[in-house]
Design a protein around this ligand. Sequence first.
Ligand SMILES: Cc1cc2nc3c(=O)[nH]c(=O)nc-3n(C[C@H](O)[C@H](O)[C@H](O)COP(=O)(O)OP(=O)(O)OC[C@H]3O[C@@H](n4cnc5c(N)ncnc54)[C@H](O)[C@@H]3O)c2cc1C
Length: 387
Amino acid sequence: MRLEYTERQNKFRTEIREWLADNVPKQPLQSFDTEEGFRQHRDWEHKLNSGRWSAVTWPEPLGGRGVDLIEWLIFEEEYWRAHAPLRVNQNGIFLLAPTLMEYGTEEQKQRFLPRMAAGDDIWAQGWSEPGAGSDMAAIRCKAIREGDHYVINGQKTWSTRAVWADWLFGLFRSEPDSVRHHGLTFVLLPLNLPGITIRPIKQLNGLPGFAEIFFDNVRVPVENRMGEEGQGWNVAMATAGFERGLMLRSPGRFQQTARSLVELYKAEGEKIDDCSLRDAVVKSWMDAEAYTLSTYATAARLRKGEHIGPEASTNKIFWSELDLSMHEAAMRLLGPRAELLDTAPDAGNVGHWLEGFLFAQAGPIYAGSNEIQRNIIAERMLGLPRS
Ligand SMILES: Cc1cc2nc3c(=O)[nH]c(=O)nc-3n(C[C@H](O)[C@H](O)[C@H](O)COP(=O)(O)OP(=O)(O)OC[C@H]3O[C@@H](n4cnc5c(N)ncnc54)[C@H](O)[C@@H]3O)c2cc1C
């Protein structure tokens, strides 16, 4: 496969590259899992939006540039190459927004998307519950209709960035006697409503990257429902497809990690007499390139109007295992220095590898665990029997 870009695409690449060179903060922002870091990242979203770079694939009236998925991939390549800040609103922009475009009403699109693009509303995802993680159809948190409101009672958990986020999109059981994926409704709600309690959960690095959310008679207007009442499962599956398939983890991210790993090998590898490490670095780089090409092929298919389907699961396994193996190779290269935190005096410029290594552990779990993705591949792609 040989990639060739059009003149328009090359011009687009130059434009974003120049904008990033002028605007990416010279000092890295604090982690968005701290209050101050969250604020800094929100400001960065404002800035991106001021250049109309925050959601390039969206239509122009909604704050985007109306570009296609190939240009989005170019944008992402440049974004990661420039070491630009992580996207604090990724759940909104990359997961909820495409779902809103497909299932939202015109009024909902106008109401939510421009504020999302500007970073005015940062979104968290509310699917998992105690007892409903991999088995999402076991959701018990209720949203029962009373006139023109849903009344929500129950609990969500593992909600990324919900500690400081403004809004939540989630799946709730609206028919109390329903089972499994029937009787669920997709609801959008502000996290400051009366009756909501948010309890932070620490991640491996000690920061409160997630939260548990408790709902006690929380009243949400019916117009905050997305899709039909009781049909939320189908809406959520579209979101999950975006999450696993394409938008959440673009290849630019892994290409940048692979490039950094090659640089690390050049700096450290000479001192290490272990050719398996050199193989691991080369394989990482090749896999990142393979993932890139495969994503371009998927983007080209989607551009023709095709849907991503269960092969989103193969993608999710590939990128999460690639991220893990790249960080494992870096840890091996760094030896005892691998355990230095970013803040340690001797960490120099390698402390970020530990942070990345810790986060990479989560890749095979979030967005649907890799075991579940393998079940999907077995049943829906290979037609193997259940059990
Ligand atoms: C970094 C991170 C961010 C997250 N962010 C969010 C978020 O924003 N919003 C949200 O709602 N959730 C979020 N989650 C939660 C995530 O979706 C769940 O952790 C995941 O779905 C697994 O559910 P669980 O933790 O309840 O584990 P369980 O479902 O209890 O699974 C435990 C283990 O059993 C395996 N297993 C379970 N069932 C099967 C089966 N049928 N076949 C084979 N193996 C099986 C799983 O693969 C796993 O290894 C996040 C998780 C992480 C790690």
